[in-house]
Every structure is written in structure tokens, then in C-alpha cells.
Design a protein around this ligand. Structure first.
Ligand SMILES: Cc1cc2nc3c(=O)[nH]c(=O)nc-3n(C[C@H](O)[C@H](O)[C@H](O)COP(=O)(O)OP(=O)(O)OC[C@H]3O[C@@H](n4cnc5c(N)ncnc54)[C@H](O)[C@@H]3O)c2cc1C
Length: 397
């Protein structure tokens, strides 16, 4: 739908409607900013509930930012602090996502993950991870001995491991495409190349200024949902003076050429005092292995690969890290692939922050929900996040 929102004819198949004759002042009941996986899941849930809703997206297509620059892992919900939103929504979101994938024939595979210990110190940490998982309601982890690891993964060197059978992988693009289908089947719409440039409160809701392919227009809505990912905090400063800072934390990936040497996702025990999970091996639905992501705080959103000397140094560190659990790694098969950027609410050295999903009860602004710091496991949690947003709305209606 690349046509201008201004020229897009409101009709029975697009419930967002013009509220006056020259149609520069459009109105919708619910306006979602951002067609990433989270905005789409919210719009799908609103559509399921029979609500009139419109999604505006500044890019030419859905999911072009963080939602297509991640590991495509369906996380089990193991590492997050218990009773955090990340833990609760990951565990519930995983359940809903597997069911949705089955119902819609979306490519996915619950191939399981091994968290591998390579020393006695790490074995102690495995026990702590096991307890944390149980506190989060993840009761399916299995402890594996060295022999059991070898039987499952002959290429992996480990003294023991935890198997998470409910960790899996998903084709995130197919998933988002299916959400788009659900939204459009309900006669709601997504408008691309429509960038929100200004937000203002009015007596019955919100007025939003939009740059739609160079054309300035105004959209009024009763409820506004800010699901703008890396840009959500900047948008929030348009309506609030109390917005936490955003920190951009890049994760690089290296692909590994050839057929997969693993049957599961392989994660090392997370290193102490790091913000990531260690350089792990994941597979995509085509069976391609990739390693990463690492963590590097940036001042700006920049997806470019580091320049070659820096990249060589990174690769050398990674080879050492990966060879701890995969000694046969061939460094010549490792190639820089892509980068994603986490929208973090915690800066370097700070303790990890939870998702910040706030409605009127928390921030005091009527008819507004914003979602800040939606880093991992946002893909896994997306359907549960949407359910949570609907609950916040219901509490205020
Ligand atoms: C390296 C990395 C690995 C990850 N791995 C996993 C994983 O394996 N499993 C998992 O569950 N999660 C993972 N995540 C997290 C997951 O990818 C994110 O939580 C999720 O994609 C966030 O979706 P979103 O819709 O909030 O944001 P986005 O996908 O960024 O979508 C936000 C959208 O808002 C739009 N937008 C912004 N500003 C405006 C504006 N002014 N007007 C209109 N539109 C606007 C943007 O263009 C964008 O399309 C990972 C993240 C990273 C960075």
C-alpha cells in the first residue's frame, strides 16, 4: 500500500475514515505507530476484538528494523528476573506463538537449545540458570551429562549442559506477513511511508501529524499506541517530559558457511557482567548456522559493519569464544553477516531493565499506551505483549 494516505480512499475495506470533507483530518479509533512485530501483534489483537484501527509505518514495508534484524529464536523465558514483564510475557508469548504458527502453517521448529558448560565453575552457573528458569515457570529443562551432550551434539565440547526443549526458531517474516493478513482481513489497514512527526493531546484523544511521502496530514485518534521500537522514546518526548533515555546496543552476526554442524541452538553459559548471552550458535529455517550477536553500545542507529581492522579483531575474539564449545570451528567459514540494534533502557554497566509498557494508570496520560525498551524477547513475547496492551486499554475504558 504505497499510495499516499491522503489519496487513499476511505471505504468499507478501510475503516479509518475522513472526518471532514477535504479528508485532511482523518480519524481512527486506535492508532498504532510502528509496523514492527510488536505494533503488528497489537493491531492484530485489536482487529480480533473488532476494533477500528490503523497502523502507520515510516518505512516502505513492515518489519524493516529490529524485527528483521534478530536471531529469530523463540525463547523459552529462562534468564529474566522472575515476575518481570520479560519473563511473564516471554513464557506466555512462546505458548501463544507456537499455537499461532501451527494454526497458520508458519515455518518454525522447536529444535531445542543446549546451554553448555565447559568448566566446573560454569556447571555451578548451570544450576543457577535452572533455578531461575523454574522461578519463571519454565519447568521443562533437562540436565545432560557429557555423554548425553556428545550423543546429541558430537561436535560440541561440554562437561554438561541444560537442554531447553521448548526453545525454537521461527521465520519472522512469515509471522509478520500473517499478522498483516489478520489486520487486513478485519478491514483495518497499515499505511507505509507515513512518519509520525508530531503528537498532541486533544479533548477526545490524540492528534498526530504525519509526513506521508512528502505530504503533511493530520490524523485524529481516540487511543494512541506508540510501538515505534528504537524511535519510541523520541516520540514519547512529544507528549511527556518524563521519558527514560534510550541506549542503542548493536549486535553483530557472522554466518558460518556449509551445512549445519549442530542439531540444536548452542549457547555458552552467559559470561558474568556482560549484557548479552555470549556468542552463541543459532540456526535459521534453511538450516544455516550463524554466530552472535555480540553487544556494542552506539551513539546512533548504525547498521553498517565495523571497518575491516576492527572487524578482524572482533572475529579473532569470537573464534576464541566459539572454540571453547566448538573446537573444530573453521575461522575461514565465518563471514560478517548483519547487525541488529537493541533499544535498551539500561546503559553500559547498568543493571538490565525490564520492558516498559505503560498505560494511563502509570503515566497519567489518558488513552495512550507506550512500549519502551522492547528488546529481546520482544519477538517471542509479541502476542502476549498485545494481550497485555489490550488489558491496559480495558482497565481505562
Ligand atoms: C540483535 C538482536 C537479536 C534479537 N533476537 C531475538 C530473538 O531471537 N528472539 C526474540 O524474541 N527477540 C529477539 N530480539 C528482540 C526483537 O527483535 C524485538 O524485541 C522486536 O523486533 C521489537 O519489535 P518492535 O515492533 O517493538 O520494534 P521494530 O521492529 O523496530 O518496529 C518499530 C517500527 O516503528 C516504526 N517507526 C519508528 N518511528 C516511527 C515514526 N515516527 N512514524 C512511523 N513509524 C515509525 C519503525 O520504522 C519500525 O518499523 C532481538 C533483537 C536484537 C536487536
Amino acid at each position: 500500500m504505497s499510495q499516499s494516505l491522503f489519496t487513499q480512499k476511505p471505504s468499507n475495506t478501510n475503516k479509518a475514515h475522513a472526518s471532514n470533507s477535504n479528508s485532511t483530518d482523518l480519524h481512527t479509533d486506535y492508532l498504532v505507530i510502528g509496523a514492527g512485530v510488536v505494533g503488528l501483534a497489537i493491531a492484530k489483537r485489536l482487529s480480533d476484538a473488532g476494533k477500528e484501527c490503523l497502523v502507520v509505518e515510516k518505512n516502505a514495508l513492515f518489519g524493516e528494523e529490529t524485527s528483521s534484524r534478530n536471531s529469530e529464536v523463540i525463547h523459552a523465558g529462562i534468564y529474566y528476573p522472575s515476575s518481570s514483564l520479560k519473563a511473564r510475557l516471554c513464557v506466555e508469548g512462546k505458548r501463544q506463538l507456537y499455537r499461532y504458527c501451527q494454526q497458520r502453517s508458519i515455518d518454525h521448529s522447536p529444535l531445542g537449545k543446549l546451554i553448555v558448560a565447559t568448566s566446573s565453575d560454569e556447571e555451578e552457573q548451570l544450576s543457577a540458570i535452572h533455578l531461575k528458569a523454574q522461578a519463571n515457570g519454565v519447568f521443562d529443562l533437562e540436565q545432560l551429562t557429557q555423554t548425553q551432550v556428545n550423543a546429541r551434539e558430537p561436535n560440541v565440547k561440554a562437561t554438561s549442559a541444560l537442554l531447553s526443549p521448548s526453545t525454537g526458531i521461527i521465520d519472522a517474516h512469515q509471522y509478520m506477513l500473517s499478522l498483516v493478513g489478520d489486520i487486513e482481513d478485519a478491514a483495518n489497514a497499515i499505511v507505509y511511508k507515513a512518519e509520525v512527526t508530531h503528537i498532541e493531546q486533544h479533548s477526545q484523544g490524540w492528534t498526530v501529524a504525519i509526513n506521508n511521502q512528502g505530504e503533511a496530514l493530520t490524523l485524529r485518534c481516540r487511543w494512541l499506541i506508540n510501538a515505534a521500537g528504537l524511535h519510541a522514546n523520541a516520540l514519547a518526548t512529544m507528549y511527556s517530559s518524563d521519558v527514560p533515555a534510550i541506549h542503542y546496543c548493536r549486535g553483530l552476526y557472522f554466518s558460518y558457511t556449509g551445512h549445519s554442524v549442530f542439531h540444536h541452538l548452542i549457547y555458552p553459559v552467559p559470561e558474568k557482567n556482560t549484557v548479552g548471552l555470549g556468542i552463541h550458535a543459532t540456526l535459521d529455517m534453511a538450516g544455516q548456522v550463524k554466530f552472535g550477536p555480540d553487544t556494542q553500545y552506539l551513539d546512533t542507529i548504525d547498521y553498517r559493519m565495523p571497518e575491516s581492522t576492527h572487524l578482524d579483531a572482533i572475529k579473532s575474539d569470537w573464534v576464541t569464544a566459539i572454540q571453547r564449545y566448538y573446537p573444530a570451528l573453521d575461522a575461514n567459514k565465518l563471514h560478517p553477516s548483519y547487525a541488529g540494534i537493541r533499544p535498551k533502557l539500561s546503559g553500559p554497566g547498568d543493571p538490565a531493565e525490564d520492558f516498559l509498557i505503560e498505560g494511563p494508570q502509570t503515566h497519567g496520560l489518558p488513552n495512550l499506551i507506550h512500549l519502551l525498551g522492547i528488546e529481546s524477547p520482544g519477538l517471542t513475547a509479541s502476542l502476549a505483549v498485545a494481550e497485555y496492551v489490550l488489558q491496559l486499554i480495558d482497565q481505562s475504558e
